[in-house]
Design a protein around this ligand. Structure first.
Ligand code: FAD
Ligand code: NAD
Length: 407
């Protein structure tokens, strides 16, 4: 094979780090690398809730891809992937263009799971992409304006559905944002109601008891009404219906009740299990030698029964191994098996508090919030070294992000 074509689908955590590692591992002229993403920016999914509440500038969360990659080593195509033809070794883009590949990396991430609950798809908001998160912020402002006209209290009732990490992070951000937003837009803050609904008996039920208590007290302190052990059964443009028969009038529901793999992979003619692409220990799609899959759209079994969770941490550990294995395959060398090492989890509650578990050490409050910042800075370092950390903290552009692609 003369100068193989490596094509990476998705410029999220998995795709971006695979590209950067290939830039490092490949010798000059050894392969052609193409990265395809539907936007020309890479959004930090782990901080999208900040876009929903406007507690961060656009460019702190959406980083220009052409500025991160080395254009001499990686060819970037801003386009939406429509399908993959594994027999012809081609990627089909929306618009009809076809991109041939010798090695393919599928890193197209997640979609929000709605479990077929009536009205969620149509009426609730998702923290899925920069665009979907920005829509939350615009909707809040719209409700503020309409409240000034009709004083309907449902316009100032904001519901976050799901008390997993995404849900509690969104609530924390709204707690931080609301006083300032209300002041800026002339809306009485004391009329704002924040409501969190969780089907399980507590928020973050999978976390230590003390972290649950800390989060619950944080909610109480900031007047967030927490409803537990109640599933949301329906969402209309004007209310949500809970399984105890209670209806909560609201115009804003942020749905954070779980995720699934990007459903586009169903169009690839590749194996799909539990909505994801099953991969072997080398991160290759089962029974394929030249297609790799990583991150939220990949199913990597950590043992016979359970798969690795959909986290950035997993995608970020898989990406370097994926890049290394592609280079090894090109050079006809032995591949490396992927081993996951869980480093811990930290979830923010606004900018000044967080809950976390790192090893056996429980973190909360300001220390937790500091640790969260360290984790985010570590990722920027991985992507662009100290210069990117500096730029994102001190030199970030205040230009709004131009959203062109859908979702
Ligand atoms: P993504 O990061 O989702 O990237 C997928 C990319 O593919 C995107 O750029 C998307 O635009 C692109 N794409 C999708 N479809 C197409 C298409 N058809 N054509 C072209 N491009 C396409 N995990 C943690 O470990 N720690 C955290 O603190 C954490 N916080 C989170 C906070 C929030 C609010 C959310 C929602 C998730 C959080 N997660 C966290 C989970 C983490 O964000 C995901 O596991 C991670 O983003 C997965 O990375 P990925 O590369 O697989 O996919
Ligand atoms: P999740 O599946 O972890 O939590 C969803 C929550 O919604 C669950 O507690 C569930 O009981 C609840 N729920 C489901 N259906 C419901 C209903 N009908 N009504 C009310 N509640 C309902 O999903 P997530 O929080 O979006 O997280 C997705 C992935 O992203 C996870 O792997 C998570 O670890 C990761 N993540 C990590 C962080 C972090 O580390 N800081 C932050 C966000 C997300």
């Amino acid at each position: 094979m003369s100068r193989p074509n490596i094509v990476i689908l998705g410029g999220g955590y998995g795709g971006m780090v695979t590209s950067k590692r290939l830039e490092k591992f490949l010798k000059a002229g050894e392969a052609k690398v193409t990265l395809i993403n539907k936007h020309d920016y890479h959004y930090l999914t782990t901080q999208l809730h900040k876009i929903g509440a406007a507690t961060a500038a656009d460019r702190q969360i959406a980083l220009s891809i052409p500025e991160i990659i080395n254009p001499e080593k990686t060819n970037f195509i801003k386009a939406e992937v429509a399908a993959v033809d594994a027999n012809k070794q081609e990627v089909h883009l929306v618009g009809g263009e076809k991109v041939p590949y010798d090695y393919l990396v599928i890193a197209l991430g997640f979609e929000v799971a709605t479990f077929g609950i009536p009205g969620i798809k149509e009426n609730a908001f998702e923290i899925r992409s920069f665009r979907s998160s920005k829509a939350i912020y615009h909707h809040i402002l719209k409700q503020f304006n309409l409240y000034k006209q009709d004083q309907d209290p449902s316009r100032l009732t904001f519901v976050v559905a799901g008390g997993g990490f995404t849900g509690i992070e969104m609530v924390g951000e709204l707690v931080d944002a609301m006083p300032k937003l209300c002041k800026e837009h002339g809306v009485p803050f004391e009329q704002v109601k924040l409501v969190a609904v969780e089907a399980a008996p507590s928020v973050i039920p999978f976390f230590p008891k003390e972290s649950i208590e800390y989060t619950t007290q944080f909610f109480e302190k900031h007047n967030v009404r927490l409803i537990t052990s109640k599933k949301i059964l329906e969402c209309t443009p004007e209310e949500i219906r809970l399984e105890n028969g209670e209806n909560i009038p609201t115009r804003t529901v942020v749905w954070s009740c779980g995720v699934k793999g990007n459903t586009i992979i169903e169009k690839f003619g590749l194996p799909v299990e539990k909505g994801k692409i099953p991969v072997d220990p080398y991160l290759r799609v089962k029974n394929m030698k030249n297609i790799f899959s990583i991150g939220d759209n990949a199913l990597f079994m950590k043992n016979e029964k359970s798969a690795l969770p959909p986290t950035a941490q997993v995608a970020l550990q898989q990406a370097p191994v994926c890049a290394k294995n592609i280079v090894a395959a090109i050079r006809d060398e032995a591949l490396t098996t992927f081993e996951y090492h869980h480093k811990g989890s930290v979830a923010s509650l606004g900018t000044r508090a967080a809950v976390g578990l790192v090893g056996s050490v429980r973190l909360s409050g300001l220390i937790g919030a500091f640790m969260k910042q360290v984790i985010e800075a570590r990722y920027l370092f991985m992507l662009g070294g100290p210069a990117l950390i500096f730029k994102q903290h001190f030199g970030v552009s205040h230009e709004p992000v131009k959203i062109t692609a859908k979702q």
